[in-house]
Design a protein around this ligand. Sequence first.
Ligand code: FAD
Ligand code: NAD
Length: 463
Amino acid sequence: MSDYDFDVIVIGAGPGGYVAAIRAAQLGLKTACAESRETLGGTCLNVGCIPSKAMLHASELYDEAASGKLAKLGIKAQVELDLDTMHGQRKDAVKSLTGGIEFLFKKNKVEWLKGRAAFTGKDVVEVAGKSYRAKNIVIATGSSVTPLPGVEIDEKVVVSSTGALELPKVPGHMVVIGGGVIGLELGSVWKRLGARVTVVEFLDQLLPGMDGEIRKEAAKIFKKQGLELKLSTKVTGVTVKDGKATVTVEPAAGGAAETLEADAVLVSIGRRPNTEGLALDRTGLTVNKRGQIEINHDFATAVPGIWAIGDVVPGPMLAHKAEDEGIAVAENIAGLTGIVNHDVIPGVVYTMPEIAGVGLTEEEARERGEVKVGKFPMLANSRAKTNHEPDGFVKVIADAKTDRVLGVHIIASVAGTMIAQAAQAMEFGATSEDIAYTCHAHPTHSEAIKEAAMAVTGKPIHI
Ligand code: FAD
Ligand code: NAD
């Protein structure tokens, strides 16, 4: 009998960790997963993807009714905001999905080790005062909010994304520090529910890392929606008195400071990997300059038997990337071949309209060689036009010589759903011609992808 307690211990039950644990168990490995939260599912299910989408969905419906958009369709309604019920449905969504993971653990015989795990050796972790030895240990500890030096998050007036999901009333004025994904999603929620929202972004554009043209179009649309954007501006301090905040900002390049009065301040300047308290020094593992654990193509760290996935390793901090890595690492541990194609990871911002992209941005693609670009505006897509959703466009970037699709970027009401076909096409090595000659159902927003692909060779029909 082996002196190991488990074949695999996964540390962290977020989308990376819980998926890795389930797949390892499915492959016949004796598996445990350590999680210190009260519920499984990690950041994503508890305080991230799911509760934010619950608030985005509900606030979008409220906005459609309250702003008169429904009235234009002949639907007249007396609208009243019941924020407690809106929060209630958010909590219900979280409860049912986190409970679902607990059910899946039981079904697959994954043992939940409740508590914080710390290494006491290369193959031993301690959880809640008990030691467990495992042949393989997967670090899937995720990430948490990056603090802004000098700004104290009290989760009441100055909030992280977690506090911003739970505000008990609509703030009069919300200042959002950071015009990235979280700032725009949660800023949109409170704007729709009636707050004045000012987004302060250090860079000269929103949404770093996304395609340049998409970033410009997004800023135009958000301004039209009434978000106040202060680009190229940095926050130098926040003070709180009697439940109100004073935010000091100044031009990023230097210059005169000004102050903004706010009822709520959201700090959303990024997230950093969770490695504190793991006692990595007892394994010989170190972190890189960004605090991440480095891995090879197979998700193995520098220490044999220790693996790492998800937000704690380099790459985009996205739930689906963590999930795919979770499957792949379990398959590698089981002696199979687990692979994630990191060149084809879609990203979606769930604002209205949604913003989605996969593959290279136009800027990145042009740096690598000659490209052809096809664009198609949503205004010319029959379904978007009929649904009164004219904002945005689709852009397909293809290699000029081979026509292979290198990137697809979309702003459209349902961009997050549309991007799946682009990711699949790219995974299969599609050319723009392959997409252009694929029959798309009519009338759908997805026809705009077909037309943008046709535009790569200059032959769209509807513009
Ligand atoms: P996590 O989900 O962070 O899970 C790690 C878990 O490990 C945590 O539960 C933590 O408690 C536990 N843990 C840490 N250390 C220990 C320890 N020592 N012992 C035991 N347990 C430990 N991504 C998307 O793709 N789509 C979205 O729509 C989206 N929306 C988001 C909205 C918000 C507001 C936020 C904050 C994030 C959002 N994300 C979204 C990002 C997504 O949540 C993360 O990329 C994803 O959760 C990462 O998964 P993970 O498994 O690596 O880590
Ligand atoms: P982010 O990196 O997307 O955006 C942070 C922004 O803050 C950047 O634009 C940056 O330039 C700006 N910034 C940094 N310091 C600043 C300062 N001092 N003053 C003003 N601006 C400053 O980070 P985030 O929005 O906090 O999100 C964190 C992570 O969570 C992201 O990596 C994202 O992938 C993930 N997430 C994903 C989704 C989704 O997939 N829909 C939703 C939410 C979060």
